[in-house]
Design a protein around this ligand. Structure first.
Ligand SMILES: [Zn+2]
Length: 173
């Protein structure tokens, strides 16, 4: 696995609590970075969503990629992008430039919000610490492995994912 930004640093971690988020906690990890920073695919995967997939809070150039890691399925969203370079159904390789960072949607400044879920029905309970995907040591290993064990071994259709995502209209940062 690779970082979504080359040499990127998490500036607002997963799981912190606050009023910025409709769920009351941060469901992704933020990488503060100037608008226009290349955003890279963290692994080999398939693009399943491009555009305003998950409501306006994440901006107009969201990219969602389906990854299979250790035979388990994960869905990652790259949010607040200023541009996207991929199409639904496209296969991407680890390190491919899939979008540019930005400050679209509900933000306090330019950054990447990177969020990962274990099932296609994205809700308040299926997110995992994204650090698990690219740096197991710095995540809580126990929690990460437990979540990985519950990740479903199913692959939803693109339509199922996009309809599930469109039903969301959340605050974000
Ligand atoms: Zn965020």
């Amino acid at each position: 696995m690779a970082l979504p930004i080359k040499n990127g640093k998490i500036t607002n971690p997963y799981g912190i609590k606050g009023n910025l988020w409709s769920s009351g906690r941060h469901q992704g990890a933020d990488f503060a970075t100037p608008t226009g920073t290349p955003l890279l695919s963290v692994s080999d995967g398939t693009v399943v969503g491009v555009g305003q997939c998950w409501g306006p809070a994440f901006g107009n150039h969201q990219v969602i990629v389906h990854y299979v890691v250790n035979k388990l399925n994960y869905w990652a969203i790259y949010a607040h992008c200023s541009a996207d370079f991929v199409k639904v159904g496209q296969k991407v390789k680890m390190g491919d430039k899939i979008a540019l960072s930005g400050a679209e949607g509900n933000v306090t400044g330019p950054h990447l919000h990177f969020e990962v879920h274990t099932v296609d029905r994205w809700d308040k309970k299926t997110d995992i610490n994204p650090q698990f995907l690219f740096d197991l040591k710095s995540a809580s290993k126990e929690v990460a492995l437990k979540k990985a064990a519950t990740a479903k071994k199913v692959t939803p259709t693109v339509r199922e994912i996009t309809s599930a995502l469109k039903s969301k209209n959340i605050k974000s940062e």
